[in-house]
Design a protein around this ligand. Structure first.
Ligand SMILES: Nc1ncnc2c1ncn2[C@@H]1O[C@H](COP(=O)(O)OP(=O)(O)OP(=O)(O)O)[C@@H](O)[C@H]1O
Ligand SMILES: [Mg+2]
Length: 145
């Protein structure tokens, strides 16, 4: 049985590895959990999120990057929300999407790309996962405190 401490830190060698890691992480997530995914453009945040969605039973072709929608919701059990805050420019836009309500939802799992845009609003217990380029297709994926 995986634990967060056994899964991270790790290095993935290709996109499929990152999807698999997300699938294994999904098993460990509980309703109410918030997962903050940080890392540069192209580090693999969306792929990790897709793996988590797959782990919760979403068909791979149903998972799209929420970049243009900001929030993608999946009727999984527990329900999953995937947020991408990259396009957020002002703090009041976060009120407009109902961020605080989503973060406080005890029923759902919330994944957030570009959580820096909501600094100060994330719960202190959020699971923070950072991805970084290690050359070629290698990505280092670890938890932040
Ligand atoms: N080990 C790896 N893990 C994940 N993606 C990889 C890996 N190796 C190569 N890639 C490629 O890197 C890119 C990662 O894209 P992805 O959209 O997941 O990044 P992102 O961190 O969400 O970027 P953005 O900040 O633009 O949202 C994809 O093109 C993917 O095919
Ligand atoms: Mg992304």
């Amino acid at each position: 049985m995986d634990t967060l401490d056994s899964l991270f830190p790790t290095t993935t060698a290709c996109e499929a590895d990152t999807l698999d890691l997300g699938e294994r992480l999904a098993v460990l997530l509980q309703p109410g959990d918030v997962v903050a995914l940080t890392g540069d453009l192209g580090a693999g945040k969306t792929h990790l999120a897709k793996g988590i969605a797959r782990g919760l039973g979403v068909a791979p072709d149903e998972v799209t990057s929420p970049t243009f929608t900001l929030v993608q919701e999946y009727a999984t059990d527990p329900p999953l929300r995937h947020l991408d805050l990259y396009r957020i420019e002002r703090d009041d836009e976060l009120d407009g999407i109902g961020l605080d309500e989503m973060l406080a939802d005890p029923e759902a799992i919330t994944l957030i790309e570009w959580p820096e845009r909501a600094a100060g609003r994330l719960p202190p217990e959020a699971i923070r996962v950072h991805l970084s380029h290690e050359g070629g297709d290698q990505r280092r994926i670890g938890r932040l405190p």
